[in-house]
Design a protein around this ligand. Structure first.
Ligand code: SAM
Length: 215
C-alpha cells in the first residue's frame, strides 16, 4: 500500500498525497497520530519524524514541541512540508537524508516516529534503519512505528482490500513500483535492547502501530 503511495507522492503530486493516503488508510493514519499525541507526546521533548512526507504529523503535534523536526529522502515531499511549515506558529526543522544513513548523533531524541515508511524498504534496509533509529534515541526513549502488516484473519484481509481497491487502482495506474514483502517488525525490534510497550492493529490488521522503548 504505502509503496505505491510513496512513489506516487514523490514522482507526481505531493500536494494530492494527503487526500489519497486518507482514503487508503480510511482515516486510520489520523487516528494513529491522535493516539500518539494524546498518550505519548509531552511538552519540551525532542521529537523526530522520519519519512515525514508533507509534514502532517509535525503539524498535528507542533503545539507541544519547541522545535518539531522532520526528515525525508524526497525533495518534492520536503518542499511540500516547507510550504506547510511556513503557515505554522513554529516552523519545522527539516532535514533531507535517508533513514538508513542518519546524520544524527547518538542518543539525540526522546521520541522518534516513522509512519508508513518501512514498507518502502528492503529487509536489509529495514534492519539498517532500525539500528540507526535506535542509536539516535535516548535511553528510555520511544521509537514509534506504524507500518503495513498482514491480517491474520482472511475475511478482514479481503474486506479491507475490496474497500480500498479504487484507490489502489488509481495509484497503480499512475506509478510502477517494486513491492517488498511485509516485514516482521516485532522480531526485528525484539533483537535490540528494549521492549514493545504497546502494539495496536488498524484496518483489520493491515496496519500495525508499535511503541518500542529503548533500555
Ligand atoms: C507513504 S509516505 C509517508 C509519509 C508520512 N510519514 C505520513 O504519515 O503520511 C513515505 C515517505 O517516506 C519517505 N521515504 C522513503 N524511503 C525513505 C528513506 N530511505 N529515508 C527517508 N525517507 C524515506 C518518502 O519520501 C515518503 O515521504
Amino acid at each position: 500500500m504505502a509503496t505505491i503511495l510513496m512513489a506516487l507522492a514523490e514522482s507526481k503530486a505531493p500536494s494530492k498525497y494527503e487526500v489519497l493516503i486518507n482514503f487508503l488508510t480510511l482515516g486510520r493514519r489520523g487516528r494513529i497520530y491522535k493516539h500518539i499525541n494524546d498518550h505519548y507526546l509531552k511538552e519540551n521533548q525532542l521529537v523526530l519524524d522520519v519519512g515525514c512526507g508533507t509534514g502532517k504529523f509535525l503539524q498535528i503535534a507542533d503545539l507541544k514541541w519547541t522545535k518539531p523536526c522532520g526528515l525525508d529522502i524526497s525533495e518534492k515531499m520536503l518542499n511540500q512540508a516547507i510550504r506547510n511549515s511556513i503557515k505554522r506558529k513554529t516552523p519545522f526543522n527539516l532535514i533531507r537524508a535517508s533513514l538508513t544513513d542518519l546524520p544524527i548523533k547518538e542518543e539525540s531524541f526522546d521520541i522518534i516516529t516513522s509512519f508508513l515508511v518501512l514498507s518502502e524498504l528492503t529487509h536489509k534496509e529495514v534492519q539498517k534503519a532500525l539500528t540507526e533509529l535506535i542509536f539516535s534515541l535516548k535511553f528510555d526513549g520511544l521509537l514509534i512505528l506504524a507500518t503495513e502488516s498482514t491480517p491474520k484473519n482472511v475475511f478482514k484481509r479481503i474486506f479491507f482490500n475490496i474497500i480500498r481497491a479504487p484507490a489502489f487502482l488509481i495509484a497503480s495506474i499512475l506509478v510502477k513500483v517494486p513491492k517488498h514483502p511485509i516485514h516482521d517488525i516485532t522480531s526485528l525490534l525484539l533483537s535490540y535492547h528494549g521492549s514493545i510497550i504497546e502494539q495496536k492493529s488498524y484496518l483489520g490488521g493491515h496496519l500495525t502501530l508499535f511503541i518500542y522503548k529503548k533500555h
